[in-house]
Design a protein around this ligand. Structure first.
Ligand SMILES: Cc1cc2nc3c(=O)[nH]c(=O)nc-3n(C[C@H](O)[C@H](O)[C@H](O)COP(=O)(O)O)c2cc1C
Length: 162
């Protein structure tokens, strides 16, 4: 089975999740940032985005929008990476991602991410600090990644298509 995992990232967490997914799906699995995707000739295409200020990264929603017709003839799954501690909006994120996706999506994976406030750009650090101020909380590093959840999703996809 030929699988493409198309995604984007700002700080690398979604790359890690994409690698874990590929391991679980196994077979002939290729990982590529959406900007580098040159072909959609795959049995399964999994499209993934991290969430920033309540939106999936726009490069990924643009990719879904640009390839909507071609993707509607494919087996497509979606996933997003977000911060479980910072939000209760995961259901909204599913809807937002589906809005851009082709009508028939096999499954949507929801995965906890990671951030370290010390490596963010000045703009992103300001956004986070402002967010924390409003919550009355403060975190330096939040790690909600869970490889088992990612592997379970990958295995489900492999068993569904393969
Ligand atoms: C500036 C900034 C804004 C974020 N906004 C949200 C948000 O609105 N909702 C959420 O659930 N997670 C939010 N996150 C958490 C990210 O989705 C999480 O850190 C993710 O792992 C980032 O993935 P990446 O390293 O692949 O870019 C935010 C993180 C940063 C740094």
């Amino acid at each position: 089975m030929k699988t493409l995992i198309a995604y984007d990232t700002k700080y690398g967490t979604t790359t890690t999740i994409a690698r874990w997914l590929c391991e679980a799906i196994a077979g002939d699995c290729v990982i590529a940032k959406v900007a580098d995707v040159t072909s959609l000739d795959y049995d399964l295409i999994v499209v993934g985005a991290p969430i920033y200020t309540d939106e999936p990264l726009s490069s990924v929603t643009q990719f879904l929008h640009d390839h909507r017709e071609a993707l509607s003839r494919k087996n497509v799954a979606l996933f997003f990476v977000y911060d479980k501690l910072l939000t209760t909006k995961s259901e909204t994120y599913v809807e937002e991602l589906r809005e851009y996706a082709p009508p028939r999506v096999l499954a949507v994976g929801i995965f906890g991410g990671y951030f370290d406030i010390n490596v963010l750009t000045e703009h992103d650090r300001y956004t986070m600090e402002d967010f924390f101020r409003r919550l009355g909380k403060r975190y330096d590093v939040v790690d909600s990644r869970n490889k088992d959840e990612v592997v379970r999703f990958g295995t489900l996809l492999r068993d569904t298509i393969g």
